[in-house]
Design a binder for this molecule. Structure first.
Ligand code: P5A
Length: 445
């Protein structure tokens, strides 16, 4: 993408309404525009990151054997009357009437609708296990929408729902989600810690939230700091292997890690003092096992191998897709701007032409741009007629992990400069070597 033809409305001043760094940088980098309290347009740069995060979520869900579909944002109230949640959900639910005076709502979550789909089409254990998910906009009329996309009213969620014949299988689905979430967050450059939590309006008594530690987080958390060192890494997971998946979950949930909702001071005090930490975290996901809460209320039954009819066992699992942008920025920035992890960056690399209009510099930049494109890498080429300082400031603000700087002086010696946004370190290399290095870095993406 050539910056001269792109739409990147960066702001020079700090927007007064932004209280936390991620909100400030998302506005300044021209990623989002607020349209109403807690409701945002996603401008091209923000939209690229959002799509990238969605892609990682899809890949890891599909790897775990889960099946994508798409349900609507608007739902009929009658489904929610069946489960009893229409009245229970309270003021967070946006209620709408259509022209026939029918009660509708903008979905805050989809347990009822997925249960309705299930009961219409499945009635035998032979069709289980089944996990369906979608990535769709949700609406919750939050009392205090704030911090930009972090607590929106309209927000993008991945929500998945498992259907199993018995409790053991449903608990395996719960574990499978936990492991697939760990991998998902790691690919985004995040450490998200599963913590025992409370289930709120979704229900059930088995639930974990995934928290990214950050000063600006809305949840108070209590943990053994050894938990922050655990990594899934590139280990091979067989998602059908119940024991292996359960062992990974055990590894990640044995050390003390709880939100204030489930915190138990007496148990916490058994953690060696040097490891006992109290902090704040951003909730980027939550998984639930609630058994037959919805299937019983809505008549979603299956015939077992033995020929008896039982309500299907269920759980639901959510990732805050749009919130993740804020969480990643909170975890990865400096005073100049965002530092995107390679997994989610909107562009893999930026090209800065120090002297637009100089024949050699222009030709070298074009050459780099095309060579990267030939390797499937869409660089952001700053081809504007701007001062070098302004170009660097923009690149630093929008946070691409790598920058190639091209100027007449370097080119006279056959080199360009390759700079890491994270470390600030630069190397002089030939244009060909720069392309190879970038291609190598993104080879696994
Ligand atoms: C699980 C999926 C559920 O709704 N039903 C379907 C279950 N869980 S949840 O914890 O309430 O939400 C899942 C994740 O969505 C994000 N989230 C939000 N993101 C931005 N703005 C909001 N107002 C908001 N509310 C929830 C969180 O990341 C949460 O973990």
């Amino acid at each position: 993408m050539r910056l001269s033809r792109y739409f990147l409305p960066v702001l020079k001043e700090n927007p007064a309404e932004a209280q936390i760094v991620s909100h400030r940088y998302m506005l300044r980098a021209g990623m989002i525009k607020q349209q109403a309290a807690g409701i945002y347009s996603w401008l091209p740069l923000g939209f690229r990151v959002l799509r990238r995060i969605e892609e990682i979520v899809h890949q890891e869900q599909i790897r775990a054997g889960h099946i994508p579909l798409l349900m609507p944002t608007l739902q009929p109230a009658d489904l929610w009357r069946e489960s009893g949640r229409y009245d229970d959900y309270g003021q967070e639910m946006l209620r709408i009437k259509d022209r026939q005076d029918r009660d509708m709502l903008y979905g805050p979550t989809n347990e009822e609708m997925i249960t309705d789909i299930f009961r219409s089409h499945v009635n035998s254990y032979k069709d289980l296990p089944l996990t369906l998910y979608h990535i769709q906009w949700k609406f919750r009329d939050e009392m205090r929408p704030r911090f930009g996309v972090m607590r929106g009213r309209e927000f993008l969620m991945k929500d998945g729902y498992n259907f199993d014949v018995d409790r053991e299988s449903a608990l395996h689905a719960y574990n499978r989600h936990m492991v697939s979430y760990l991998r998902t967050y790691e690919r985004m450059g995040l450490t998200a810690i599963p913590m025992r939590a409370a289930s709120g309006p979704i229900g059930g008594d088995n639930t974990h939230e995934f928290l990214v530690l950050a000063q600006t987080g809305e949840s108070e958390v209590f943990y053994d700091d050894r938990v922050t060192g655990l990594k899934l890494g590139s280990r091979d997971i067989d998602y059908d292997d119940r024991d292996q998946v359960a062992k990974v979950c055990e590894e990640f949930t044995t050390l003390y890690a709880r939100t204030d909702e489930t915190h138990d001071e007496a148990v916490f005090n058994q953690v060696p003092e040097a490891h006992r930490k109290v902090g704040r975290g951003i909730e980027v996901g939550q998984i639930f096992y609630f058994g037959t809460k919805y299937s019983q209320a809505m008549g979603a039954e299956v015939v077992t191998k033995e020929g008896t009819k039982v309500p299907v066992e269920m759980g639901s699992h959510g990732i805050g897709v749009s919130r993740l942008l804020g969480a990643i920025i909170e975890a990865s920035h400096d005073d100049k701007g965002i530092i995107w992890p390679e997994g989610v960056t909107p562009f893999p690399v930026g090209i800065v032409n120090l002297k637009q209009g100089d024949g050699a510099a222009d030709a070298a930049c074009e050459g780099l741009y095309k060579a990267l494109a030939a390797k499937g890498l869409d660089a952001l080429y700053d081809d504007r007629d701007e001062r070098a300082g302004a170009k660097f400031a923009t690149m630093d603000l929008i946070g691409l992990p790598w920058r190639i700087t091209v100027g007449p002086r370097g080119l006279a010696n056959g080199v360009v400069e390759l700079t890491s946004r994270r470390t600030g370190e630069s190397e002089e290399v030939s244009p060909e070597a720069a392309v190879d290095r970038i291609a190598q870095i993104y080879a696994g993406r």
